[in-house]
Design a protein around this ligand. Sequence first.
Ligand code: MLT
Length: 302
Amino acid sequence: MYQYSCMNAISEVGLQKFTDQYTKTEVKEDADALLVRSAALHDMEFSDKLAAIARAGAGVNNIPLERCAEQGIVVFNTPGANANGVKEAVIAGLLLASRDLADGINWVKAESGNEDIAKLAEKEKKNFAGSEIKGKKLGIIGLGAIGILVANTAVHLGMEVYGYDPYISVDSAWNLSREITHITDVNDIYRECDYITIHVPLLESTKKMINEEAIAEMKDGVILLNYARDLLVDEEAVVKAVQSGKIRRYMSDFPNTTTAGVKNCIVTPHLGASTSESEDNCAVMAVKEVMDYLENGNINHS
Ligand code: MLT
């Protein structure tokens, strides 16, 4: 009989995949496996019994990997399982950055008691005119599961897509997506693109890769999207650039005191993968990985 423990927001659909050999425990000290979403585990002590941690998501920066390796705890993640959910959030971000739909919705809310709202709206709408993404250039930094899905969708929305990945060769990138218009280097993306979205993992080498120098290379009025990790971006530099108009809008999925409330920083509370489908897919994959490891000793991502 195995015992598992869950930290936060793990879908019941996933947990139901455990067989009758598994019981859930609230006492983390007793667990053979721990399932976690984005809660940080850096300060948590792990018992000698803990054999596996499964992260229901792609990023593992909330897990102390070195300590796990020292203690022989195998760490799983669920690459690709929530990629479609995040892709849809990024596409929504592209559109929200371009059209003043959010301001328009807020205006309607504020005027909700006004009987003349329809007439007023016809006058007011000139204040909410936006622009279209069709024909614009989108730069994608990071061509993993999410970056490739964003690329393929953006092409079908009429965008010209520039792709770059620090970790894969140009040939492999072409094999991943024939739809991308240009596989290029990051400086070309900074120079050419109207929109830039970042999809690399958070590593020492990628921390604050979008910084003052990178921003200086970008086109004036660029729209920057970050649905990957907050620390990939020097947000103080971004806020300065938003305030000067160098960056037209910063779309981020990571709220903090630097960007919250800043005009033209449009921030959501880490909702990229928050769809029932993505949550179920991640939990199902995490549970299968844990069972396969505990029962068969296999270390597989499926
Ligand atoms: C991920 O790394 O896949 C996301 O952060 C998932 C989540 O929202 O938990």
